[in-house]
Design a protein around this ligand. Structure first.
Ligand code: SF4
Length: 229
């Protein structure tokens, strides 16, 4: 089953995808959303042929036991693939910590996967009602927030990431999103600018994003979160 995992990319060594750990990153192919600021458009199609055999990845990881700390399943959207959980279990059995990057588009499957995850990077894009204007998917707000609630209530380590593009979220809207997350008991929120060098929607402006107006309003409200430039 795990050998059906559809893999769009593989990074053998990363220092930035799992906190304080050396990790390999598996990019799962396919996503059901089309976020206007998506910077991995090549990973969106679920029908692209897999670029790697699962056996190749496993063989690589076996040679890295004791050298790497973690394996991160990223995307695309990893939780859309049924082969994900068997793949996670195999990697965990090799002794690696398991990380996952997700936007939470499959809350039912996420519930099954969470017990096997050590750390999760979770994207929150907007309040529930504003989601579809970013993702193009009418149900995305509900599924994302249902998933976020599970992650926040879980015992695993997590980071909730909010990616800002000024065409899609104003500073005032950011405050509303953060307050909603705080009401849910969120401990670890990170704000990051959208990477505009590759972007799905060419009508969005692609200049470097200045987070200063966002920082200013967060200061006004006394909100302290980590800002990743
Ligand atoms: S959920 Fe992530 S991978 Fe999917 S379209 Fe949005 S930004 Fe891209």
């Amino acid at each position: 089953m795990s050998n059906e995992l559809h893999i769009g990319g593989f990074v053998p060594l990363s220092t930035i995808d799992y906190p304080d750990a050396l990790a390999a990153v598996i990019f799962c192919q396919g996503c059901s959303w089309r976020c206007r600021y998506c910077h991995n458009p090549e990973l969106l199609s679920a029908t692209e042929p897999s670029k790697f055999q699962w056996s190749e990845i496993l063989n690589f990881l076996k040679k890295r036991q004791g050298l790497l700390d973690a394996v991160v399943f990223s995307g695309g959207e990893p939780t859309l693939q049924k082969a994900l959980l068997p793949a996670i279990k195999q990697v965990q059995n090799l002794g690696f910590k398991i990380g996952m990057h997700t936007a939470g588009s499959n809350p039912n499957y996420l519930q099954q996967i969470l017990p096997y995850i050590d750390w999760i990077g979770f994207d929150i894009k907007a309040i529930e009602t504003d989601y579809s204007s970013i993702t193009g998917n009418s149900n995305s707000g509900k599924t994302a927030w249902d998933s976020a609630i599970q992650v926040i209530a879980s015992k695993i380590q997590y980071e909730i990431r909010i990616t800002v593009h000024p065409d899609l979220m104003s500073p005032q809207e950011l405050v509303i999103v953060i307050k909603k997350l705080e009401q849910l008991g969120t401990q670890n929120i990170v704000l990051q600018p959208c990477r505009t060098n590759t972007i799905l929607d060419p009508t969005l402006h692609n200049a470097l994003i200045d987070l200063k107006p966002y920082q200013d309003i967060l200061n006004t409200y006394g909100i302290q979160i980590h800002i990743r430039q």
